[in-house]
Design a protein around this ligand. Structure first.
Ligand SMILES: *Cc1c(COP(=O)(O)O)cnc(C)c1O
Length: 242
């Protein structure tokens, strides 16, 4: 008998197949691409459907929501045995960073030198370590958080001195554009920066994850080198922010 939540599995498997096809089209190994299910505003029982369908990486924008959902989901035996990763992908205020370190497997939204430093200091003090991505504002959009690409080249030398944080790659949210060709240029620019950093051997930095692409542009992102795509509405449907 079909269940009311079957659409989640169907959507997840369809997007998973589209990710694989996009990878094969450009001669890439589909296994090197992680499909993150972005679960902001999505209820726990619906998230569990995605996990059952194979989602091994979940993304949340807000620390409190991530913390609350991790606690609630952990009551499920299926969730505990699947043990998906939970990443923070939204802006982190410094007064919440201790909580973020405690409940996130990765913070993809480290968007300033100040935040990187505060995270490092917290981790050193609390004898913790956290994997992070550096969020780059590829479109120089004044309304967006993130490092300016040119500035990051300088700042990376400072960041690599910071103990307690392990920089594992770069993340971006490009400016909204009706034209996927413009978006492709932003993705391509981020990849150039990523490859540039990969060549430099620096302490605490291992450039392996390139997080870019969402529901409407993940195929473009894969063609431009993404190793992690963050897909929400194409899996769960339109978000209800009430
Ligand atoms: C919400 C969100 C996504 C997912 O967006 P969709 O368009 O629903 O796929 C990806 N990345 C970030 C940073 C987000 O906030």
């Amino acid at each position: 008998m079909p269940g009311e939540l079957d659409y989640v599995r169907e959507n997840y498997l369809r997007i998973r197949a589209a990710v694989e096809e996009a990878a094969l089209r450009c001669g890439r190994d589909p296994n090197e691409i992680t499909l993150m299910a972005v679960t902001k505003t999505v209820e726990e029982r619906i998230i569990l459907e995605a996990v059952a369908a194979g989602a091994a990486c979940l993304g949340e924008n807000r620390v409190q929501e991530l913390e609350r959902k991790r606690e609630a989901l952990s009551k499920s035996e299926a969730f505990r045995s699947a043990a998906p990763q939970l990443h923070l992908i939204g802006h982190l205020q410094s007064n919440k960073l201790a909580k973020a370190v405690a409940c996130a497997d990765m913070i993809q939204s480290v968007d300033s030198l100040r935040l990187a430093k505060a995270l490092s200091e917290h981790c050193v003090k609390s004898k913790n370590r956290i994997s992070v991505l550096l969020e780059v504002n590829v479109g120089a959009d004044p309304a967006k958080y993130g490092f300016a690409p040119e500035q990051l080249k300088e700042e990376l030398h400072e960041i690599c001195q910071m103990q307690g944080i392990l920089v594992r790659g770069l993340m971006t949210v490009p400016p909204i554009s009706g034209n996927l060709r413009d978006t492709a240029i932003f993705f391509s620019n981020l990849r150039k920066l990523f490859l540039d950093f990969q060549c430099k051997k620096m302490d605490n930095i291992s450039m392996e994850i390139l997080s870019m692409g969402m529901s409407h542009d993940f195929e473009v992102a894969i063609a431009e080198g993404a190793t992690l795509v963050r897909v929400g509405s194409a899996i769960f449907g339109k978000r209800d922010y009430r």
